[in-house]
Write a protein that binds this ligand. Structure first.
Ligand code: NAG
Length: 216
């Protein structure tokens, strides 16, 4: 019995640790990391949903902060993802966290609505959104995807049109060469006909000559 308990206890401890995805804290301000993390997320992931752990997803907003920020309560986390996990670990009180690229500080907020503010990254916890908001986020994401697809389509169309232009030019050149060939062929045929006529005239002359000189 005693041995079993000593085996089970550390196992339980590590299992519960694995379940609660914890963030990695950092010592203090780090402008280089702050900016690097901003650049890693913005603008490429603006408006996208990012999964931080099996139980946590956030909507990324570039250049926005939550409407009711709690600027006093700050944490230094090792990454943007950890800034989101820190908020998630706080429970329902935290609805969003946001990252200041100037020093890499992570703040939390009890509001999930964001408003424009340059040079911040807001991470809104998906769990804090109601189904309507979630749908809206999905729509936003789908719209961004559509715009990307449209841009790719337009680019492909442009390339097609350029190729078509080249084809048309080549076709015109071909047709020009064909015309020249046909003209040359016609000249050849005319010359051939005239040579044939000459030949026939000569043959007739030879025949007449032979008639006049029967001894040959
Ligand atoms: C992120 O998207 C929002 C909403 O479309 C826009 O206002 C903002 O300028 C974007 N930020 C960046 C850095 O692209």
């Amino acid at each position: 019995m005693k041995t079993e308990r000593t085996v089970i206890l550390p196992w339980l401890l590590s299992a519960s640790l694995a379940l609660a995805q914890t963030f990695v804290p950092r010592a203090g301000p780090d402008p280089a990391l702050g900016q690097a993390e901003y650049d890693r997320f913005c603008p490429s992931q603006n408006g996208t949903i990012k999964t931080l752990s099996p139980s946590s997803s956030v909507v990324v907003h570039c250049d926005a902060i939550p409407r009711l920020p709690v600027l006093g309560d700050r944490e230094w986390t090792a990454s943007m993802e950890d800034c989101g996990l820190w908020c998630e670990n706080m429970g329902t009180a935290c609805m969003a966290s946001f990252w200041d690229p100037r020093d890499g500080a992570c703040y939390w907020s009890g509001a999930q609505a964001v408003e424009p503010r340059t040079k911040y990254v807001s991470l809104v916890q998906m769990t804090s959104l109601d189904s309507c908001d979630k749908e809206k986020e999905q729509c936003f994401k789908a719209k961004a995807q559509c715009l990307n697809d449209k841009a790719a389509c337009l680019k492909a169309k442009g390339e097609c049109e350029k190729r078509e232009q080249t084809c048309l030019r080549d076709k015109k050149n071909c047709e020009g060469r064909e015309q020249t060939c046909l003209r040359d062929k016609k000249n050849c045929e005319a010359r051939e006909a005239s040579l044939r006529r000459d030949l026939q005239a000569r043959n007739r002359e030879i025949a007449r000559f032979r008639e006049r000189t029967p001894c040959m």
